[in-house]
Design a binder for this molecule. Sequence first.
Ligand code: ATP
Length: 220
Amino acid sequence: MKEQSIPKATAKRLPLYYRYLRFLADSGKTKVSSTELSEVVKVDSATIRRDFSYFGELGKRGYGYDVESLLNFFAKTLSEDRLTNVALIGVGNLGNALLKYGFHQSNNIRISAAFDIREDIVGRIVDGVPVYPLSDMKEQIKLQQIEIAILTVPSSVAQDNVNKLIDAGIKGIMNFTPIRINTPHDIQVQNVDLTNELQTLIYFLNHYGPKLEKQEAIDK
Ligand code: ATP
């Protein structure tokens, strides 16, 4: 399987496919066509077929795809077949919301450790997650084999925390702060700037009207 070399745009659609396939499997469906998938996930069927072609023989033309084998395959590809522990740095408003959120659309992602400097929460358990002082970061990240961290600290201390995380062995960072962080090339970063997303939406509404002809126009 050429898992490593799939385009990023394809990789981004995998969780979407996976979620719907799980729904299909739960409702007892065994086959699905790219057209059916297309209608629900709002990705055109040619793109779906192209995406799936990166994973080798997953179905035969005309017969549809086998739901179970797709599901097993995607579960492995998305590491949904094993538990992924994630660290959260900064238990403020956003951090708290993420702890509450629980990522319940995935069975196997869980925030297993949170870190903060606030004396009133360090040493406590918030929504089932222990909050550690920053001085325990390296030890806990190693102990819990955590490779991914969610960053919800103030911008002013973002880079400082990133440096600490990298030193502790973190490989991927979901950066909720509005600043662009500096990382070595082997660290994966996903920037999630909620204000920016909302401003983009407002811009699109004002400049293109309420509905664009194709969702891809926004995605590009
Ligand atoms: P949000 O930005 O999520 O709405 P907030 O406004 O409640 O949060 P912020 O000042 O943004 O609070 O801080 C977010 C969290 O980061 C707080 O819990 C704060 O204690 C924590 N924090 C502040 N400085 C650091 C630091 N150097 N390292 C780790 N956590 C920190």
